[in-house]
Design a protein around this ligand. Structure first.
Ligand SMILES: [Zn+2]
Length: 262
């Protein structure tokens, strides 16, 4: 349920996270065996795990509830877009699970296997959420514009921040410190991106619920169930933003005082 272009960033980011965890096991400035700031990483991982577990179970539960209107995710999306006067957004089928997204550059709304042809309140909710992004795009909703604009910077920052920090650790104090500081600054950009994602996601979901009711696609009680699915999905964004903030905090604790050593 995210922007396609960010997905690459996420993948690299996840990989980098694993890498720093492995390196952390060897590099520990406070203790030989246990680095206490590692707790922050563990809290972040637990938050992300809990959120993704919750979205999966909520989605599974409500993907078994068929909407009374009998509309599929794709049909619901089409009706919503047309109701907002949007005729230039293509609706396509994309393989995978929860790979649904709206691509603002090509104006394509891609719905996954479990959403496109499904008539469940969960599937219709996800389809409507993506429509919410298309409507944001059409209306020039500022947080979405900012988010789209900073995607390239964020991908660059996410790719370079951890390698710079790791290289910085190996180099002499002065050059090393500089690289570490740049690395931390780049990581701040990643955190900022995740923060700007939050209003975009919450807003798309609230638009979705309103549009589903307005267009007679879901009844009030169905919209309540859909709301639960979308809120659970939004929680995963909150959890990953929180995890990144904790990682940033850890970086600052670990390296913030490194200048004073020399
Ligand atoms: Zn979204």
């Amino acid at each position: 349920m995210e922007d396609g272009s960010w997905k690459h960033g996420t993948v690299r980011f996840e990989f980098a996270k694993e890498l720093i965890i492995i390196i952390s096991a060897f590099y520990s400035p406070f203790m030989m065996v246990w680095d206490p700031t590692y707790v922050l990483i563990i809290i972040g991982m637990l938050l992300s795990l809990a959120a993704s577990g919750m979205v999966r179970s909520t989605y599974a539960k409500y993907s078994g509830v068929r909407a009374m209107s009998g509309m599929t995710g794709a049909q619901a999306a089409e009706r919503i877009l047309h109701s907002k006067g949007i005729y230039d957004v293509r609706i396509e089928h994309v393989s995978g699970n929860l790979t649904d997204h709206y691509d603002p550059r090509s104006k394509v709304l891609r719905l996954s296997d479990t959403v496109f042809g499904s008539t469940s309140v969960a599937a219709i909710g996800v389809a409507a959420h993506e429509c919410g992004h298309a409507v944001q795009h059409q209306e020039g909703y500022a947080p979405l514009s900012i988010r789209t604009a900073i995607v390239p910077v964020t991908n660059f920052a996410a790719t370079l921040s951890w390698p710079l920090i790791l290289i910085g650790l190996l180099l002499s104090q002065r050059t090393g410190n500089l690289l570490i500081q740049i690395g931390i600054l780049l990581f701040c950009a990643v955190v900022l991106f995740q923060l700007i994602t939050l209003p975009v996601e919450f807003n798309a979901s609230s638009r979705a619920i309103t549009l589903l009711k307005q267009n007679g696609i879901l009844y009030e009680n169905e919209a309540k169930m859909t709301g639960k699915v979308l809120r659970a999905a939004a929680l995963t964004y909150v959890a990953s933003a929180a995890a990144s903030i904790l990682q940033l905090l850890r970086l600052i604790i670990l390296f913030g005082g490194r200048n004073r050593d020399d």
